[in-house]
Design a protein around this ligand. Structure first.
Ligand SMILES: [Zn+2]
Length: 357
């Protein structure tokens, strides 16, 4: 759900209210359905893009410790939150990976050599030496695998189907379609249709995952990158995803981690809150429990230390009252002395899971 608008929108006065009939109270935790909650933050506003009206309250579930907005924008009015919303997740991922636009032909060929060896893919240009050279640099190989969302390799002689839900700027789908996967995508933003070019080989549809229900049971891979936190009923969405996957199919999810070190450190200024676009933030425990309940197996959380650098600086800028991308006061940022290491406290909750055969 990475919407893509080029039009300039006037910065919103936060004190302007969200339309009253466009709000709904969330009586139960969207993740565990408990009705016991406490207020974590009051008076939140859109400090990230500065375009959505309203003042927001973020609750924490007393049962599972997930967080959620209540009241929150209704499905009918949520689009008001997405004016001037630029490829949110894609910019996080690409920015942190450093790959986008930086690789010269030779480096690209090396990277593709590595990709083709690991994934049995068909990226071009490619040189075989890539595999051996990039093996020497674990950070590089990590970035490559990060970009491909830890999906399984292509089985010889097959063209696996990948569905990216909330596909936004199409970056991931273009990448995988170049590598030999069949690319499918959906997004709620009707403007994504304008992004398709003649060279794209992507089955792109406007809507939620429901638009692919006629192909239930056929997808080899489904990915959601910074999408689940935007969805009004995330459990229902995960249920549909289970139906869409083929037996043995692979799921990738990443989302801001409410238990992250950055959230503890910057609290209400932490970039991952992003009110009112982020409607709920699950804990790792409740997310994996939901997946298990739905029938998924082999749930693995992935450590992505490369994310920290980009996310931490953006949160620290927000705390100073700056735009997340404004480096003018970076000398004054409040940063932790020791950045966190390890899976626990990671800025993103990134996991993979499998639908059993
Ligand atoms: Zn809960």
């Amino acid at each position: 759900m990475k919407l893509f608008r080029k039009t300039k929108v006037k910065k919103m006065d936060y004190k302007k209210h969200w339309p009253e009939n466009g709000l709904e109270v969330v009586a139960k935790c969207p993740w565990c359905h408990s009705n016991k909650s406490q207020v974590l933050y009051e008076g939140l506003s859109d400090i990230v893009f500065g375009t959505a009206p309203g003042v927001w309250t973020f609750l924490q579930c007393k049962e599972c410790a997930s967080g959620y907005l209540s009241p929150r924008p209704t499905l009918d009015t949520i689009h008001l939150a997405y004016r001037q919303y630029y490829t949110h997740a894609a910019s996080f991922e690409r920015g942190s990976s450093g790959i986008k636009g930086l690789l010269k032909y030779f480096r690209l060929a090396l990277v593709n050599g590595y990709r083709n060896k690991i994934y049995n893919s068909h990226f071009s240009p490619s040189i075989r030496a890539g595999f051996y050279l990039t093996r020497l640099r674990t950070r590089t190989t990590r970035i490559i695998e990060d970009d491909l969302r830890y999906i399984p390799p292509i089985l010889m002689g097959t063209t696996p189907k990948i569905l990216d839900i909330g596909c936004g700027n199409l970056g991931f789908l273009r990448l995988v379609s170049q590598g030999g996967w069949q690319a499918f995508g959906c997004d709620l933003d009707p403007e994504i249709k304008n992004l398709i070019t003649e060279t794209d080989s992507i089955d792109l549809r406007v809507g939620s995952s429901e638009v692919f229900l006629e192909e239930a049971g056929s997808f080899d891979v489904i990915t959601l990158s910074h999408v689940i936190e935007h969805i009004h009923d995330p459990i229902a969405e995960l249920e549909r995803i289970f139906i869409l996957l083929r037996p043995g199919g692979f799921l990738y999810i990443d989302a801001p981690n409410i238990e992250s070190f950055g959230h503890h450190f910057w609290s209400r200024y932490w970039l991952g809150l992003d009110a009112p676009r982020h409607l709920s933030l699950p804990t790792s425990k409740v997310l994996s429990e939901a997946l298990i309940r739905l029938g998924f197996i082999d749930i693995k959380f992935i450590e992505r230390p490369g994310i920290w650098g980009s996310i931490s600086v953006k949160s620290a800028r927000l705390e100073l009252g700056k735009a997340y991308n404004d480096p003018s006061s970076d000398h004054a940022l409040r940063m932790p002395k020791t950045p966190p290491f390890g899976l626990r406290g990671s800025e993103f909750l990134t996991l993979t899971a499998v639908k059993p055969v």
